[in-house]
Design a protein around this ligand. Structure first.
Ligand SMILES: [Fe+2]
Ligand SMILES: [Fe+2]
Length: 325
């Protein structure tokens, strides 16, 4: 676990840690929750799902009354925030487990703790948002809720699969939030502010996970690397579905036809494309670290997340983002 012999990696960690000190957000200082424009009022059309949301662009959704669209939009957006904070809660525990074993003097300790602090702030921010929206949403699917206590425990003995799990959660959330912000539509200020803050801090977290894996994966033995190459696409697909697909309660509550659910997740061509695009950076990481072989490629394909790899990180997402200033 000693990284002192790798000056490039040590320097990268120092840069990320300094970034966390220089540019960070506090959910109760940097968001003016009680200002009148942040109020959540009934029948606010800014909660209607946009075209970037796979359900938002479905003809069934668009045929609903405005009132219904708002209601569904609020539920969906609150639940995405709740799943996000559930995921971050697991991540924080995993970072604690990992940093427990990090040797004295390692710059990984400092960075992991900065990241955990930021994630604690994100969970505060997301929960406040859920509370204000006022929908009693469940968050993660029930099965994952039961299984989650064991996930952070893996961060100690098996940090490499754990950090792939981190990417499986962070990449889809980040990708979705960036596309919503990029669309530049009139969002509710709570959504816009929370997402802009989140995207700004996630960039560091995603960068760390990539660099961590880029350093560690090539040191694995061939057989371990082969096993990992098969596990990665499965992890991406399972966690991404848990985050993106609303739980049973949602479909029941709004009486949404099964065929609509199937279209949206992920039969429609746009939904398929969204799913593939989310993981182009992870595919690049896998190619760079020797985790792409014929069998692994087949699993990526079966999971419907295959496709070309990015040439550099965030390649397809270069357009202008709403500033968090
Ligand atoms: Fe976060
Ligand atoms: Fe994060």
């Amino acid at each position: 676990m000693d990284v002192s012999d790798d000056p490039r990696y040590v320097e990268m960690l120092a840069t990320l840690s300094e970034g966390s000190v220089r540019r960070n957000f506090n959910p109760y200082q940097d968001i003016d929750w009680d200002s009148p424009e942040f109020a959540v009022v009934p029948n606010d059309p800014r909660w209607v799902l946009t075209d970037t949301d796979p359900l938002g662009r479905h003809p069934w959704y668009q045929a609903q009354s405005l009132e219904r669209q708002i209601e569904i939009g609020m539920w969906r957006q609150a639940n995405v925030a709740k799943v996000g904070l559930h995921f971050e809660n697991i991540l924080i525990r995993g970072l604690m487990e990992y940093s427990f074993w990090v040797p004295n003097g390692s710059p990984e300790y400092r960075y992991c703790l900065h990241e955990a602090v930021e994630e604690c702030n994100h969970t505060l921010m997301f929960q406040e948002m859920v509370n204000r929206i006022g929908m009693d949403v469940p968050g993660m699917p029930r099965l994952l809720k039961w299984a989650q206590p064991i996930i952070p425990l893996a961060a100690g003995p098996a940090p490499i699969p754990f950090f792939f799990g981190v990417l499986a959660g962070e990449e889809p959330i980040d990708h979705t939030q960036k596309s919503v912000l990029r669309e530049g539509r009139n969002l509710h200020p709570i959504m816009e502010r929370v997402m802009a803050i989140h995207v700004a801090e996630e960039a560091r977290h995603i960068s760390f996970a990539h660099q961590y894996l880029q350093k560690r994966v090539p040191t694995l033995r061939r057989r371990q690397r082969f096993g990992l190459s098969l596990l990665v696409p499965l992890t991406m697909r399972i966690l991404c579905s848990a985050i993106l697909v609303p739980p049973k309660a949602f479909w029941k509550e709004f009486d949404i036809p099964r065929s609509v659910r199937k279209d949206v997740f992920f039969r429609a061509p746009e939904s398929r494309k969204m799913l593939r695009d989310m993981f182009s950076d992870v595919r690049m990481l896998c190619e760079d670290t020797g985790l792409m072989n014929p069998l692994a490629k087949l699993i990526w394909k079966i999971c419907k997340i295959d496709g070309p790899a990015s040439r550099y990180r965030s390649e397809p997402q270069r357009e202008h983002l709403v500033s968090v200033a």
